[in-house]
Design a protein around this ligand. Structure first.
Ligand code: GDP
Ligand code: MG
Length: 417
């Protein structure tokens, strides 16, 4: 008997490993989800482990009703496979050999056998989410073909590039303009050189994205004060921690943190933990007066980063309050933090409302979670603000990059992160 264990970030990936290493008649004996800790133990990442065997003599088990596992496939990844997320802590699903399921099952009459074991339920979930993913592809094809009908008159060979832009949600007019310009730049012999065409497209896209460069201290004395503002849950505090860690640990600056987000105890705790790890002082303030005092008290720092509570763009009173608070110190830079996963309309609303507070630059978060990087391009162009940073995951301090047009251009053209 040959037994092997496979670990991966998702059940789908682990199953793929089982299949490719052991073949389709391998038998799942045991599945387990567990967490690994990383970045000084602050973050945890869920992993899936499958133990599979080959050459086992497995009999069929009578169907026994079992409580449904609490896990739900929650999203479909780019590759069309389900990311398998559990609700709680470590969970194990051990199987008696008699309850094992065939990895290769999933088509034809295998459905019943699949439902017989908890581990097999995972595989069944996988097949359901595969169907959902297929449906999504179908809908996308329909949408794309509909939009393609209105495609600009471009040679057949360039239509794919137009489709790439619009499926990434680059605005139609912009995509049309880009393709028209491309048409003038390329000769028929270039059609067989996709890399050449992609780089020509990247040239254009890059020029369309205004970028601000990283935060730099311009003054000789006193701290350079930076505030992050934006809607709730977009990643302000996480981004602030990433910025602080990079300024302090990588660039060796003295960095102080201030939070105006005192409404939720958890919010203060979250930043306090980051401050402790980074080794930066944190001040918690409740008023403009206290903010002014905090800035004065930490005037030996090179940078002061101010975190704020999330505000709904519709809450005029709260926005006015925020403007009042910030005006007490007049920060050197105010960055509006926006999530790429939000709809373009809500992003534009946020920009317009937060501009009443003050917006110098824009940070786009959760680039790793969006299928439509083109939104970044549309927004920065439309609102005429420049992009300072993008964030690409939950890991502090690594998942942040200075916004660069070329990088975004490549993401829009389908490069992975
Ligand atoms: N996937 C992903 N998650 C992120 C990113 N930035 C922040 N988050 C997560 O978004 C959630 C909200 O972040 P938080 O910083 O508390 O948002 P805030 O309410 O704006 O301060 C947290 O779970 C973060 O880990 C990112 O770039 N990618
Ligand atoms: Mg926060």
């Amino acid at each position: 008997m040959n037994l092997q264990t496979f670990k991966a970030a998702t059940m789908a990936e682990a199953l793929t490993q089982v299949k490719s290493n052991m073949g389709s008649d391998a038998v799942i004996l045991h599945t387990r989800t567990f967490y690994t800790r990383h970045w000084l133990g602050l973050r945890r990442r869920e992993m899936v482990e499958i133990t599979a065997g080959k050459g086992l003599n497995v009999g069929r088990r009578r169907f026994v009703a079992e409580p449904a596992p609490s896990a739900q496939p929650t999203r479909v990844t780019g590759g069309g496979l389900a990311a398998y997320r559990s609700g709680g802590g470590d969970r194990e699903r051990a199987l008696a050999p008699a309850g094992a399921s065939r990895v290769g099952a999933g088509g034809g009459g295998a459905g019943r056998a699949l439902m017989e074991t908890p581990a097999a339920t995972s595989a069944a979930m996988l097949s359901v989410s595969k169907e959902i993913s297929d449906l999504k592809c179908l809908v996308k094809d329909l949408v794309t073909s509909n939009r393609q009908r209105q495609a600009p008159q471009v040679p057949e060979e360039l239509v794919d590039y137009y489709v790439q832009l619009i499926t990434n949600q680059v605005a139609d007019e912009l995509a049309t303009d880009i393709l028209k310009t491309l048409q003038k730049q390329v000769r028929p012999e270039h059609f067989s050189q996709p890399e050449f065409i992609r780089e020509k497209l990247a040239d254009q896209l890059e020029k369309l994205i205004p970028t601000a460069g990283p935060i730099v201290r311009t003054k000789a004395t006193g701290p350079h004060v930076v505030a992050l503002i934006g809607p709730t849950g977009v990643g302000k505090t996480t981004t602030l921690a990433k910025l602080a860690a990079n300024l302090k640990l990588r660039e060796k600056h003295r960095v102080g943190l201030i939070t105006l987000d005192t409404f939720r105890i958890a919010a203060v705790d979250q930043l306090k933990r980051y401050a402790d790890i980074i080794g930066s002082p944190l001040r918690v303030v409740n008023s403009g007066e206290e903010l002014r005092e905090a800035v004065k008290a930490m005037s030996d720092c090179d940078f002061l980063l101010i975190d704020t509570a999330g505000r709904s763009p519709k809450d005029t009173m709260k926005l006015n309050e925020l403007r009042g608070l910030l005006s007490a110190v007049e920060p050197d830079e105010v960055h509006l933090v926006l999530s790429t996963t939000a709809s373009e309309d809500s992003i534009e609303l946020a920009v317009s409302r937060f501009s009443e507070v003050r917006v110098d630059k824009i940070i786009f978060t959760q680039i790793d979670e969006t299928a439509h990087v083109g939104v970044v391009l549309n927004v920065v162009r439309k609102v005429n603000k420049s992009l300072s940073y993008i964030t690409t995951g939950q890991d502090v301090p690594d998942d942040i990059e200075v916004g660069r047009g070329r990088r975004l251009a490549h993401l829009i053209l389908g490069n992975s992160l």
